[in-house]
Design a protein around this ligand. Structure first.
Ligand code: T4K
Length: 365
């Protein structure tokens, strides 16, 4: 067997790591205070910093992005269906199904992999909530569609991105995100919901804390979805470096683009063409017959690529509604996610691009 191109594995989703002394400083203060969870000062500071960054009036942090999504959909009090794209992390569909939500899967646009407005609206009854997704770090915008239900946007991929036109996105009831280890800003595990609605923010805070609205004051339904101060310390230190992480991702995107742009047999999803996108994911499409051998070829060279997001959520057998999502099927059969983030240098990205280009142009297997 020939020598792999990389001596150490390159992963998709390698965490961005803030300086240890910054985490230590925050953690040390929490330890001195002997306050480790339940709406602690670090969690509150993280909420203020996230609200500021997202341009929203309120933010509540959670134990995970999935918990944030579940709680905000409960807090919106929708008894109707949740319409969501078939092409997203299947964990979201699994968790919402587990919680008893009636899911309807809408199709996506082939060009950018984002939720197709028309498909979503065609599935939405008057009592529905629309869960859109900022896939790969792009920003989903509501557009001019007149009859939208309330919109929650899953911003797990897009912290640090803004709409192509600049400014602030309009119209969403809430933005729900993830601070998982694999995200651009990490708390190890964590999530958040940002909203301009003070009543919704109060419900979110109560629901993540067993339904308490104050000490010994039960007020309604709830669970334990709180973020600890340990996670908040890591999240705060990490958030302070968001702009550096975006710059590293963008440099890697440009390195990949210099090799893969306009290459026959490969389509680089043009996430970075919006100069306001964080480029958290670098994704290519190849012919379905090429995908498995290409992933195996990369792996043999210590490049651990991923098949995000295959299969489409409509193929998991969890919706009562039969979903026809041909664009999702088309895309999910072709995508390969490539390593990026601060653990990958632009030079390494270029070399990974060369591996892809060399394999595809020689016709693969
Ligand atoms: N919405 C969207 C659009 C999402 O993508 C996600 C999560 C969510 C919502 C839900 O948010 P959370 O509830 O997770 O906060 C991973 C992540 O676990 C998941 O957070 C993420 N999306 C999804 C895209 O990727 P897996 O099952 O692929 O994880 P795993 O263990 O295979 O790790 C992914 C890669 O990251 C590996 O190649 C290794 C690397 N890695 C991972 C960890 C945890 C590291 O290098 N270091 C690490 O510490 O789901």
């Amino acid at each position: 067997m020939s020598t792999p191109a990389f001596t150490e594995p390159l992963y998709v989703g390698r965490p961005n790591i803030p300086p240890l002394r910054e985490v230590e400083g925050l953690l040390g203060a929490a330890m001195s205070r002997r306050w480790l969870s339940n709406d602690g000062p670090l969690a509150r500071s993280l909420e203020d910093a996230l609200a500021d960054r997202l341009g929203m009036a309120h933010c509540a942090v959670f134990s995970s992005g999935t918990a944030a999504l579940v709680v905000v959909l409960r807090a919106l009090d929708g008894s109707g269906p949740v319409v969501m794209p078939a092409f997203t992390f299947l964990g979201t569909a699994r968790a919402l199904d587990w919680e008893g939500f009636d899911l309807r899967f809408a199709d996506i646009n082939r060009a950018d992999h984002m939720l197709d407005h028309r498909s979503a609206v065609s599935l939405a009854s008057d009592d529905a909530v629309l869960l859109a997704v900022d896939i790969w770090g792009q920003v989903w915008e509501q557009g001019e569609s007149p009859s939208h239900p309330p919109v929650v946007v899953d911003v797990a991929h897009s912290l640090g991105s803004s709409p192509p036109s600049g400014g602030r996105r309009a119209g969403a009831a809430a933005l729900a995100g993830s601070l998982h280890a694999t995200k651009i800003v990490s708390a190890g595990e964590g999530g958040f919901v940002a909203t301009d609605d003070p009543a919704l923010a109060a419900r979110l805070r109560s629901m993540r804390n067993f339904g308490f609205s104050g000490a010994d004051a039960p007020s309604g339904p709830g669970t334990n979805a709180k973020m600890s101060e340990v996670n908040a310390a890591f999240g705060l230190a990490s958030l302070a470096h968001l702009d550096e992480y975006v710059a590293a991702n963008r440099a890697n995107y440009e390195a990949y683009r210099s090799v893969l742009d306009a290459l026959p047999g490969v389509r680089l999803v043009p996430v970075g063409e919006n100069s306001n996108a964080n480029c958290q994911h670098v994704v290519i499409e190849v012919e379905p017959r090429m995908r498995e051998p290409l992933v195996a070829h990369l792996e043999a060279n210590n490049v651990i690529a991923r098949r995000y997001f295959a299969p489409g959520c409509h193929r998991l057998g969890i919706s009562s509604t039969v979903a026809y999502c041909p664009e999702t099927d088309h895309v999910a059969a072709r995508t390969v996610s490539l390593p990026t983030g601060t653990a990958v240098s632009p030079d390494a990205a270029r070399r990974v691009g060369d591996l892809v280009a060399g394999y595809v142009t020689t016709g693969g297997p």
